[in-house]
Design a protein around this ligand. Structure first.
Ligand code: ATP
Ligand code: MG
Length: 421
């Protein structure tokens, strides 16, 4: 019997149904010593990631499933504002970076490599140069703009201090989008379309993300916002008022300009958007003709989201002493089905029946103790748990638990299924 079904609609790359005996979920009981923050600890314990080298991680099936769900939410919100997906390579030739002037400016964070012909190459830390090159080769007229393009790709930055697991990795997964406009006015409108899309994106992941004015740094430009999730373990200091009228990251905070009673908190940067005008298009001669036939440098913006960092940020925002609590929108499976007595034929039969009817399920069919199974389910944080034992089988009932509230209900099989569907 095939115990899994390939997902049908949205989540194209991960399983919606799985028996734990056939899955790969290497959970760890003890707290790993190397993990300083709760998300890192829980990602290791829940068998989501394993470190391969400093700041470089293997994504195991459970972590990979969450990453794909986060990716899909971002994809839907990008597509919704007319941003078009493409894919650029991880390895880039140095020439384009010399053209923009950033090859030397970028410094030691850039991983520089050379091929067998001794051509200078690099592992992309970001993609402004590549996308500008793509644009300038094909788009020449005011009719070609506005244009929004994005991709999701692994980046490498040789961070001086990789830490906190995937929160600050060296290899990490990012969605980066780029906008091209005829002039500043239109470019600013584009910028605020992304700004609004970002708020929606993070909200769909169950996160409250605060946009704060930020410095543009090596990307350049004059308008920039970072999106921060409040968490004690966040690396950035934030200053904001209750209604975020005032909200600034550390570098931009001006105590004399801040209103009275400004609040202070730590934040995790999950997104960063920039309008940088013609910085790259001037240097790389990306021009479009206007209606009068005059050539002008195109106005650009860049919009990043830390996809792999978000997996950790969601955990920082949503967990308890027993483990992770996934918001339904990013959960690797919706329901954890627990067979309390896997040697009991009647229990197996009922579990198999329920398994076939649930919307998305990880079924713990292993010959483990009930206690161990409940602890694993709490640790991996699926939104719902359905437990079935000999007593319930006699009464035709199951126990349904809401992972977030801890609330348990004794329900008939049908109403439990209806409840989670
Ligand atoms: P940070 O200030 O955290 O170093 P950044 O300003 O260098 O980030 P951007 O260039 O704005 O980062 O990249 C876009 C997004 O990619 C960031 O908002 C963040 O969520 C994510 N990101 C950046 N660096 C890392 C990293 N080393 N590990 C994981 N995610 C990262
Ligand atoms: Mg930033």
């Amino acid at each position: 019997m095939v115990s899994f079904r390939l997902c049908d609609e949205k989540i194209a790359f991960t399983y919606k149904f799985m028996k734990l005996s056939e899955y790969f979920l290497p959970v760890i009981k003890e707290n790993p010593k190397e993990a300083e923050i709760v998300s890192h600890r829980l990602m290791l314990r829940a068998g989501m990631v394993r470190q391969l080298g400093s700041g470089i991680y293997n994504w195991l099936p459970l972590g990979f499933a969450v990453l794909k769900n986060i990716e899909q939410i971002v994809r839907e919100e990008m597509n919704a504002i007319g941003c078009v997906e493409l894919l650029m390579p991880t390895i880039q030739p140095a020439e384009l970076w010399k053209e923009s002037g950033r090859y030397d400016a970028y410094g030691k964070e850039m991983l520089r490599i050379s091929d067998r012909q001794e051509r200078e190459m690099l592992y992309g830390p970001t993609n402004e140069e590549i996308i500008t090159d793509i644009f300038r080769k094909s788009c020449k007229s005011y009719k070609d703009v506005p244009k929004f393009l994005y991709h999701m790709q692994w980046k490498f930055r040789d961070e001086i201090r990789p830490r906190f697991g995937v929160m600050r990795g060296r290899e990490f997964y990012m969605k980066d989008a780029y906008s091209f406009d005829i002039d500043e006015k239109s470019a600013r409108e584009s910028y605020f379309k992304f700004h609004a899309a970002y708020l929606k994106t993070f909200e769909r992941m169950g996160l409250k993300a605060i946009p704060v004015r930020a410095e543009t740094g090596p990307i350049g430009g004059d308008l920039s916002h970072e999106f921060h999730v409040i968490a004690e373990t966040g690396e950035s200091a934030l200053y904001y008022t209750e209604d975020y009228s005032y909200a600034a990251a550390d570098e931009m905070h001006k105590p004399e300009a801040a209103p009275e009673g400004v609040l202070q908190a730590r934040g995790i940067e999950v997104g960063h958007i920039f309008y940088f005008g013609t910085k790259y298009s001037d240097a790389m001669k990306a021009v479009v003709r206007n209606q009068d036939g005059q050539e002008n440098a195109v106005h650009m913006g860049a919009y990043g989201i830390g996809l792999s960092r978000l997996v950790a940020a969601v955990i920082e925002a949503s967990h308890d002493d027993s483990g992770i609590i996934w918001p339904e929108s990013v959960a690797p499976f919706k329901v954890g089905l627990i067979n309390i007595k896997s040697a009991d034929e009647k229990c197996v039969k009922i579990c198999d029946e329920i398994y076939a009817k649930l919307p998305s399920c990880l079924y713990d069919d292993r010959a483990e103790s009930a206690g161990a199974k409940f602890a694993t389910m709490d640790l991996i944080g699926l939104p719902w748990q359905i437990a079935i034992g000999p007593r319930g089988v006699e009464n035709g009932t199951v126990e349904l638990k809401n992972r977030r509230t801890g609330e348990k209900q004794e329900l008939s099989i049908e109403s439990a299924i209806a409840h989670v569907s």
